[in-house]
Design a protein around this ligand. Structure first.
Ligand code: PGA
Length: 250
């Protein structure tokens, strides 16, 4: 039985005051969640959030990480640093990093391996653009993105990782994939992994991301191959995020 996960990707939002309010609100309601709950604040607020969630079930994640451990990498944050401040998860390969910061499959694969090497767990994001979906190549695109990590780290590495299927056209647009559309791709991803390792595939958590909100979460989360969500916009309001955390079967 896979433990569902709901992770909040706060992206580049918030201030000391708003983030304190947000995490305090989440903490107050998290006891009801039927999922492992993870929050991914901007780097600079991680220690502050860590203080608030200490001793609770809320886990901490980062939104990005440098593949190198230390040294002359101006502006970067390393795995040992994230571990030091209490992170357990790191989002890797988010479509915004791929599209806006030039992260190639090779870069995401390096980062994925570095996260694991540092004893952290990647939340590895894959997903097609609208153009790719319309061309009917969704499966090829996600397979290719997955191959980047399968070739370098192997299917066994997924024992310590989480995948997030995030159709690019659904991120921040209010256009959610229908539960059937999402389930279809999730099932494809799991079957692809199963060809390499059936046991790993069965235990692997695959989150859906892209305009998940309190109104659509229960139906998405109840799909058999959807193991929770990676939430952007709706994770910035404690009540909305908590509503997603309690929704559906997981
Ligand atoms: P969204 O973002 O929920 O705002 O669509 C999801 C994500 O980018 O992870």
């Amino acid at each position: 039985m896979r433990q569902p996960m709901v992770a909040g990707n706060w992206k580049m939002n918030g201030s000391s005051d708003s983030i304190k309010e947000l995490i305090t609100g989440i903490k107050a309601g998290v006891g009801e969640a039927n999922a492992e709950v993870v929050v991914c604040p901007p780097f600079v607020y991680i220690p502050m959030v860590a203080e608030v969630v200490a001793g609770t079930a809320i886990k901490l994640g980062a939104q990005n990480m440098c593949a190198q451990d230390a040294g002359a990498h101006t502006g970067e944050v390393s795995g040992p640093m994230l571990k030091d401040v209490g992170c357990e998860y790191v989002i890797i390969g988010h479509s915004e990093r791929r599209a806006m910061y030039g992260e190639t499959d090779e870069v995401t694969a390096d980062k994925y391996s570095a996260v694991l090497k540092n004893g952290l767990k990647p939340i590895f994001c894959i997903g097609e653009t609208l153009e790719e979906r319309e061309q009917g190549i969704t499966e090829q695109v996600v397979a290719h993105q997955l191959d980047a990590i399968l070739k370098t780290a192997g299917a066994a590495s997924l024992a310590n990782a989480v995948l997030a299927y995030e159709p690019v056209w659904a991120i921040g647009t209010g256009k959610t994939a229908s539960p059937e559309q999402a389930q279809e791709v999730h099932a494809f991803i799991r079957s692809k992994i199963a060809k390499e390792d059936a046991v790993i595939a069965e235990g692997l958590r695959i989150l859906y991301g892209g305009s998940m909100n309190p109104a659509n979460a229960a139906e998405l989360r109840s799909q058999s191959d959807i193991d929770g969500g990676l939430i952007g916009g709706a994770s910035l309001k404690a009540d909305d995020f908590l509503a997603i955390c309690v929704a559906g079967q997981g």
